[in-house]
Design a protein around this ligand. Structure first.
Ligand code: PBG
Length: 336
């Protein structure tokens, strides 16, 4: 019998030893909480597919922001749920639109305690539910006339530029560009600079056309018909995720993001290795819902699974993580 000379178990021998040699740590300041605010709501409204997550009223938003600040998380990402929608998403550029009203309330509540971020995308505000404005073209195939509807990239950029200025004026400190239009970072940066706003840009660079956004669409009462495969990335593509991130950095993104997180750790790792700016990841609604559902059935240890899932995302290269568990996790880290 020959004995192994290489014994990695020495460094796993006690909790104190494991803590000392841990390569990755979780810290409240690296967590960002996505939050939904519903126009006209007087009470927080539970989201069925995301147990524990609500659509906030303005009052409950303020309370939740103060709890988030108390928990020490790094920031919040706001999404608006308007009562009325139209083809161009007018509510997005209305200073009295729900997202912009909520932003002012959140910034006033948060002060310097955390960074208030806003979703810069049209899908919550359009009646067709797409992330941009549509172009309808009629072509004819044989004797039948075919109508194709697609998102008009460059017309959408004009909407994003206006949206960026309204959000910056409402006090957003970080604009989350999640629409996946080509050139969106450069377009928004130019518009902000021209208007004298130095607001930072978080680019959802490698955002995949994922089934894991399902519960989110409930959360924002999405009107989407069809899918987003014409503009979000194909889950089959790894190299393209890196390409998107590098393009966004070249266009002036201050932070780049990979989304979803758990199924895309390879992309996250690639982007983290190549990026000159911070890299974030979004642990999306479907990742949340799956784990909550398994835990509710007693099939998984909820607390440990939450921590392991976020730790894995950090280990793969995310500097910060958007997660619906941000506040809960921050509080549990403190109790150790
Ligand atoms: C688009 C947006 C989406 C999410 C964040 N921003 C939905 C989509 O692209 O369909 C999904 C987030 C989640 O699933 O938690 N505004």
């Amino acid at each position: 019998m020959t004995y192994p000379t290489d014994r990695p178990r020495r460094l796993r021998s006690s909790a104190a030893m494991r803590r000392l040699v841990a390569e990755t740590r979780l810290d409240a300041s690296d967590l960002v909480l996505p939050m939904f605010v519903r126009e006209g709501a007087t009470e927080p409204n539970p989201i069925l597919s995301m147990p524990g997550v609500v659509q906030h009223s303005l009052d409950s938003l303020r309370r939740a922001i103060s709890e988030a600040a108390e928990a020490g998380i790094g920031g919040v990402m706001l999404f608006g749920v308007p009562l009325e929608k139209d083809a161009v998403g007018s509510g997005a550029t209305d200073e009295n639109g729900i997202l912009n009203v909520a932003t002012r309330a959140a910034v006033a509540e948060a002060g310097d305690s955390l960074i208030v971020q806003t979703d810069l995308c049209l899908d919550e505000f359009t009646d067709h539910g797409h992330c941009g404005v549509l172009r309808v073209s009629a072509g004819s195939a044989g004797s039948i006339t075919e109508t194709t509807v697609e998102v008009d990239n460059d017309a959408t950029l004009l909407r994003y530029r206006d949206m960026a200025i309204v959000q910056a004026e409402a006090g957003s400190q970080l604009l989350g560009l999640s629409g996946m239009m080509d050139g969106q970072v450069a377009a928004v940066r130019e518009a902000l600079d021209a208007a004298g706003h130095d607001t930072a840009i978080l680019a959802y660079s490698a955002k995949y056309a994922s089934a894991f956004y399902g519960p989110f669409r409930d959360a924002v009462q999405s009107s989407l018909v069809g899918d987003r495969r014409g503009y979000q990335l194909d889950p089959a593509n790894r190299r393209e995720g890196l390409r998107e991130a590098l393009t966004d950095i070249a266009e002036g993104a201050d932070i780049v993001m990979v989304k979803p997180a758990s199924g895309y750790l390879d992309v996250l790792s690639d982007v983290a290795a190549a990026s000159s700016v911070p890299v974030w990841a979004y642990q999306v609604s479907g990742e949340y819902a799956m784990l909550e559902a398994a835990a509710a059935n007693g099939w998984i240890d909820r607390g440990r699974a939450i921590e392991e899932s976020v730790l894995s995302i950090r280990r793969a290269g995310a500097d910060a993580v958007l997660t619906y568990w941000a506040v809960e996790l921050a509080l549990s880290l403190r109790r150790r």
